[in-house]
Design a protein around this ligand. Structure first.
Ligand code: NAD
Ligand code: UD1
Length: 336
């Protein structure tokens, strides 16, 4: 791909920061817009430490359309990667208006600013949550979609807004990327996921419990119809996920249109397999106990990755061992 200027919304966040590193390393200029609701501006310094180049950081809200128009008219931006949003399922049930405003309202604001500025290339962060409880696995992109909470509903709405926009204005180039379960951290230990409060997701809770910062890990359910009875997911290293965005930009440059692609490894891994691999790779003991199922959880979820392989020429390269090693290194670096 030719080098250009990419606007990254939510670029100080977990997945955004890893993507900024790859974009800078590929020679692109990067502008980050983030309101720091769930991230720290120090991430910009760490990105510079890792790759020797620095994104331009603008603190702001994606719902501020004039700000985005200002950025798009003052910089030669050719494409936008839109990560900014709220992502906690449980919280979305408590504060749905915030979720719809930030995720749906923020996306409409961004699309409006892009339209008014003549920038028509977008990569959007969707989620495997749009598949609800799939009838079978692996999950293909043409499987039915559904949502059972405001977070999932917001992703469905944005996907629909993007397809409506593309139908009405076919000149748009759009990639809707459906992520499976991102884990891991940058191999430097400088960038990773830093959830506020008690983590809901498996890997951050597991690393904090192993570090002695939390009580035992609750393994939610051992009576699922899976090989060992615990839930099975498609964990993907965040560096691979970040790379999928560069591949998507590359694809859109050559092949205008709208694509919807799963980003996963294609491998289903159970909770107990994660724990055992984590212990083996890091030579440690994960404190855990089996408890009841978590309401709303599904038994199995993993991606059919053929479309990503065929269309984007992209494939996840990191192993579960890499994910466990890098997650632990990040956790330890957090404790200084
Ligand atoms: P994150 O919370 O680490 O990053 C999101 C960033 O957006 C944060 O830096 C936050 O400060 C910023 N932000 C929030 N509201 C904003 C606003 N109104 N204006 C500007 N910035 C705002 O989350 P992440 O894990 O990096 O996720 C990035 C995207 O990927 C999100 O859209 C999320 O829904 C999606 N996604 C994440 C996962 C996951 O498990 N991490 C899975 C599927 C999809
Ligand atoms: C979560 C989100 C989903 C999102 C996905 C990928 C919820 C309800 N769903 O799903 O919308 O698309 O992440 O980011 O938050 N587990 C434990 N103990 C724990 C935590 C988790 O046993 O303390 C188990 C779960 O039961 C599941 C697996 O670990 O089997 C993964 O859980 P989690 O990391 O929360 O991700 P998902 O449930 O897949």
């Amino acid at each position: 791909m030719d080098t250009s200027t990419i606007l990254v919304t939510g670029g100080t966040g977990y997945i955004g920061s890893h993507t900024c590193i790859l974009l800078l390393e590929a020679g692109h200029d990067v502008i980050v817009v983030d309101n720091l609701r769930n991230s720290d501006v120090a991430v910009i310094d760490r990105i510079e430490t890792i790759c020797g180049r620095r994104p331009l950081f603008i603190e702001g809200d994606v719902r501020d359309t004039p700000l985005l128009e200002d950025i798009l008219s003052n910089h030669p931006v050719t494409a936008v990667i839109h990560f900014a949003g709220l992502k906690a399922v449980g919280e979305s049930v408590s504060i749905p208006l915030d979720y719809y405003s930030t995720n749906v309202g923020g996306s409409i604001s961004l699309l409006t600013a892009m339209q008014n500025s003549g920038v028509h290339t977008l990569v959007f962060s969707s989620s495997c949550t749009v598949y609800g409880d799939p009838a079978s696995v692996p999950i293909r992109e043409d499987f039915p979609r559904s949502a059972t909470n405001p977070y999932g509903a917001s992703k469905l709405m944005i996907e629909d807004i993007l397809s409506g926009l593309h139908t009405s204005e076919p000149g748009w180039q759009i990639a809707r990327l459906r992520y499976f379960n991102p884990v891991g951290a940058h191999e430097s230990g400088l960038i990773g996921e830093d959830p506020i409060g008690t983590p809901n997701n498996l890997m951050p809770y597991l690393t904090q419990a192993t570090a002695g910062l939390r009580g035992e890990l609750n393994v939610f359910g051992s009576d699922y119809e899976t090989p060992d009875g615990t839930g099975v997911r498609d964990y993907i290293h965040v560096a691979d996920l970040a790379n999928g965005h560069v591949a998507a930009l590359d694809y859109l440059e050559k092949q205008p249109g709208m694509v919807t692609v799963n980003l996963g490894t294609g491998n289903g891994v159970s909770v107990l397999e994660v724990i055992r691999t984590f212990e083996a790779v890091n030579q440690c003991k994960v404190p855990y106990r089996i408890v009841d199922r978590r309401p709303g959880d599904i038994a199995r979820c993993w991606a059919d990755t053929r479309l990503a392989n065929d269309l984007l020429g992209w494939k996840a390269l990191h192993s579960l061992e890499d994910m466990c090693r890098d997650s632990w290194r990040w956790q330890q670096s957090q404790q200084g």
